[in-house]
Design a protein around this ligand. Structure first.
Ligand code: HEM
Length: 359
């Protein structure tokens, strides 16, 4: 069967595709940052508690208070890119979501379970005793499962040639195991989360250290070690992922291939610089180099998608029927929302600094 027969028709856009592409990349960057802090710190709390046979430690106690916030940010910052990716690639994403429908629906229940477990971990940290490892371990496993299904769907959507497998297994249980990029991509994402999780608490304790808290120094170092070690491991997963991609993604005889290659080289250099900074415990420098690295990786991820979908579709083919007023209203609300979130974070930060909130 010709897989192109399985690709639904497209809808027209109200404004040129570049607007949606820009918003997709920016909001996905925020989602990935929040997801990294959430998954990374949960994993580190689990590893710490496991190593200490469940005995409480200051870091996992601190993380227990923050995880519900990071889950909320991850989910809310996930909604925006989901809308934008649907505008541009909905006809691919809807189809791949249907092919793995049972797992895709399961994500909602996994998110609810993750939230519950995070609140149990937060409010029962002390009375849980030996159960701490189990609860945070389950919460981490649930988050990993969500990331796994995300990676499966966002790789399956860009391989219409694999969709015909549906006719042999029409139960909505297809995962993208036939794709050599799937596992290295998933491992690359989750290892990056562990690294950024480490850096996030190094940053928190760095602020405390600067405000005169002497107990904070060992935790700054610990966060830097987590970041450095996970990033070094991730260079390995990154090269595996790179090797599994189709050669046309980095084909330097095309403009997009040159762009992808340049972005990748810049990302590798910045990533290496961030590890060097973290090994010297220079948290702010590591942060200043890892944030652009993550942004570059997100841009490359989009170029990979465009290259994989090239035989089937290009966003520039989408018809534009100009209708600017709804988009302007949307931008207005977006700016208002961003301002409110910024204000809320500022207030929360002030309250935490004043010591009025324990977690
Ligand atoms: C536990 C919670 C979550 C985790 C661990 C997580 C993790 C991930 C990961 C690892 C990716 C990259 C997948 C890949 O490209 O291979 C991703 C992408 C994405 N996530 Fe999440 N996610 C979570 C929740 C959500 C939620 C609740 C939403 C939406 C409401 C969401 C929306 C998205 C979107 C739209 C993308 C990709 C957009 C694109 O392809 O351009 N995520 N997420």
């Amino acid at each position: 069967m010709d897989p192109s027969a399985l690709i639904p028709a497209t809808e027209s856009l109200q404004v040129p595709w570049g607007w949606f592409q820009f918003l997709l990349v920016v909001t996905l960057f925020l989602h990935v940052l929040a997801m990294n802090v959430m998954l990374g710190t949960a994993f580190i709390a689990f590893a710490n508690l496991l190593r200490r046979s469940g005995e409480p430690d200051p870091l996992s106690r601190e993380i227990s208070g923050k995880i519900p916030f990071t889950i909320a940010f991850t989910i809310n910052f996930g909604v925006a890119p989901l809308l934008f990716v649907q505008v541009l690639y909905g006809h691919f994403l809807y189809t791949s979501s249907v092919l793995m429908a049972n797992f895709w629906i399961l994500v909602i229940f996994l998110l609810m379970a993750g939230y519950y477990l995070a609140y149990i971990f937060k409010y029962n940290y002390e009375p849980l005793h030996g159960g701490r490892v189990l609860v945070i371990g389950l919460a981490t496993a649930v988050m990993l499962a969500v990331a796994f299904f995300m990676s499966s769907n966002f790789t399956l959507m860009q391989r219409p040639e694999a969709w015909t497998r549906y006719f042999d297994r029409p139960a909505g249980l297809l995962l993208n195991f036939g794709d050599p990029t799937f596992i290295p991509r998933f491992l690359h994402f989750v290892t990056a989360a562990v690294a950024v999780g480490g850096l996030s608490f190094a940053l928190l304790y760095e602020f405390r250290h600067r405000r005169g808290n002497r107990d904070a120094a060992p935790l700054v170092r610990s966060g830097c070690y987590w970041f450095s070690f996970a990033t070094i491991v991730n260079f390995g997963f990154g090269f595996w992922f790179f090797g599994s991609l189709r050669p046309e993604v980095f084909d330097v005889s095309t403009g997009s291939g040159i762009l992808a290659a340049v972005l990748l080289l810049a990302g590798i250099v910045l990533g290496a610089l961030s590890v060097i900074s973290a090994m010297q415990f220079r948290v702010m420098r590591a942060l200043a180099t890892i944030l652009p690295t993550i942004f570059l990786m997100i841009l490359i991820r989009d170029l990979v998608r465009a290259a994989y979908l090239k035989p089937w579709f290009s966003v520039s083919e989408l018809e534009v029927v100009p209708q600017y007023s709804p988009f302007l209203v949307f931008l207005l609300f977006l700016a208002g929302g961003a301002f409110l979130i910024g204000w809320m974070l500022k207030l929360a930060w002030r309250t935490i600094k004043a010591g009025e909130v324990q977690s």
